[in-house]
Design a protein around this ligand. Structure first.
Ligand code: MN
Length: 287
């Protein structure tokens, strides 16, 4: 199943061919979620309820008219992630290009992922694909980083690698936008709009092997990044094991798995096209 959020916080099931996807409005299912009073829960309520609500969501979609996806304003498919966890250098060739270009990295230590661990991006930086990435520091270099994103489906605390994928609700395409500079990653990668998630979430049952997906990022139609998640140094399951050794991952938490080689700057007016096989494609403008 492919779930999207669109327009004024509506929920949709995406079906149909890749070249002309359609959306079935299933917003009515949100009435089945618990209503919360302050304080708000420590997880995303829809993602947490997905296993139990899924049959009703499918039934609602069957009975809802098909709307063309084109023309809808796509929001991030997960509304309320409480944590956005991200892997630093996690592809060998990106590690090599980072080492070779220390000027870009301003002497930032390029540590292997097993030494550096993971970092966090501010949830306030999250946007959907229909909103632009707004360059915050035009005088600096602002890079695109396409990444496979795993959406956590149920609490994961000290989960072993062989159990990890059972905690994944689904997958999306992510852009981990980055200001190059001397500041901590958590600051440079948390500017408003510097975390893009979309175009929808594909539930985990449709992704047989998250280590066999093709990633492709183009800027203004020119290829910048193109590889397979087969080249991840630490795969999704290992990243979940590593993260959950330190903290409990909760439903709706996002795990950005790292970007491959080919990171390069974008400036106002650029259009980024991000594709991952088995998930889909999205276009994001930069302004
Ligand atoms: Mn990244």
């Amino acid at each position: 199943m492919r779930l999207c959020r669109f327009d004024d916080n509506r929920l949709g099931v995406v079906r149909g061919p890749a070249e002309a996807p359609v959306v079935h409005d299933v917003t009515a299912i949100l009435e089945a979620l618990p209503s919360f009073r302050y304080p708000l829960p420590d997880h995303d309520p829809l993602v947490a309820a997905l296993p139990s609500l899924r049959p009703q969501i499918e039934a609602l979609a069957d009975g809802a008219p098909a709307m063309p996806l084109a023309g809808l304003r796509l929001l991030p498919p997960v509304a309320s992630p409480r944590k956005i966890v991200a892997a630093p250098v996690n592809y060998r060739l990106h590690h090599d290009e980072a080492l070779a270009d220390q000027a870009i990295h301003h002497g930032t230590n390029i540590l292997p992922i097993d030494k550096a661990g993971l970092f966090l991006k501010a949830p306030s930086s999250l946007i959907g694909p229909s909103d632009p990435v707004v360059i915050r520091f035009p005088e600096a270099r602002n890079d695109h980083e396409i990444e496979l994103v795993a959406v956590i489906g149920r609490p994961a605390n000290r989960v072993s690698r062989d159990q990890a994928l059972a905690h994944v609700a689904g997958y999306s395409i992510g852009l981990d936008m980055t200001v190059r500079g001397t500041e901590e990653r958590s600051m440079r990668k948390s500017c408003d709009s510097y975390t893009v998630l979309g175009p929808w979430m594909v539930t985990a049952d449709e992704i047989a092997d998250p280590s066999a997906l093709d990633l492709h990022l183009l800027v203004n139609g020119e290829t910048r990044q193109k590889t397979s998640t087969a080249h991840l140094l630490r795969d999704v399951a290992t990243l979940i094991e590593k993260a959950s050794a330190f903290y409990t991952l909760m439903p709706g938490d996002l795990l950005f798995t790292g970007t491959p080689e080919g990171v390069a700057p974008v400036t106002s007016g650029d259009v980024m096209t991000a594709r991952i096989s088995g998930i889909g494609q999205m276009e994001i403008t930069v302004c």
